[in-house]
Unconditional design. Structure first.
Length: 209
């Protein structure tokens, strides 16, 4: 059974306040998304297994720990998820990066996959799927469903802001995954935007409207 972790570290909450501010421009917004992703990645990788190795310090031989053979992959949901990738790679530079692109069909409101490129050895990897916003949950549910078909070792989902409706939908659709978010907001409005939220994350990252 998956768990939901709200990573309410003071540094994350401070940066999230700046992120929400409508006066924060694209350059600062991009930097904040990346910084928050780095801080959240610290929490999401807390369960990586360790093994003991022996090294020589300048003073003596020491028995100490290194990460034990876990291969990781970061998979952003295009396009806003791209804003979180560099922040993740700051902490886990050897991770491979896949991409999954979805758009919402205006008639059916369902997500449609238009691009999917995964690491060749995804079956050997622990996957962290990233997207700044979890609104209705539709894109995350579909993306994780597509990734599950490639049989990775495990999947975690990481977002910055979640709506209760999206979190509920995602945990019901994929009860086996761990979810990490920086804040659980109030609700969705009638247009499926998160309130109070931060607007459209993709537009604010890339300076588009």
């Amino acid at each position: 059974m998956g768990n939901v972790t709200i990573t309410n570290h003071p540094l994350i909450q401070h940066k999230l306040t700046l992120l929400r501010d409508k006066n924060t421009g694209s350059k600062e917004f991009r930097a904040l998304v990346s910084e928050i992703a780095t801080l959240m990645c610290y929490e999401a990788t807390r369960d990586l297994p360790l093994k003991e190795v022996e090294i020589e310090t300048p003073m003596a031989v020491a028995k100490t720990k290194v990460i034990s053979g876990k291969k990781l992959a970061v998979i952003p949901i295009l396009r806003a998820g791209l804003g979180m990738v560099d922040g993740m790679l700051t902490l886990i530079p050897s991770a491979k990066v896949g991409h999954i692109g979805l758009y919402r069909d205006p008639e059916t409101k369902k997500p449609v996959e238009y691009y999917c490129k995964m690491p060749n050895d995804i079956e050997e990897r622990e996957v962290i799927v990233v997207d700044p916003m979890l609104a209705t949950g539709g894109s995350a549910i579909d993306a994780i469903g597509q990734i599950k078909q490639r049989n990775p070792k495990s999947i975690k989902f990481m977002c910055i802001i979640a709506a209760p409706e999206g979190l509920d939908a995602l945990t019901k659709a994929h009860p086996d995954i761990d979810i990490f978010c920086a804040n659980l907001d109030e609700r969705l409005n009638e247009h499926s935007y998160i309130i109070p939220g931060l607007g459209d994350a993709g537009d604010r990252i890339f300076g588009t409207k």
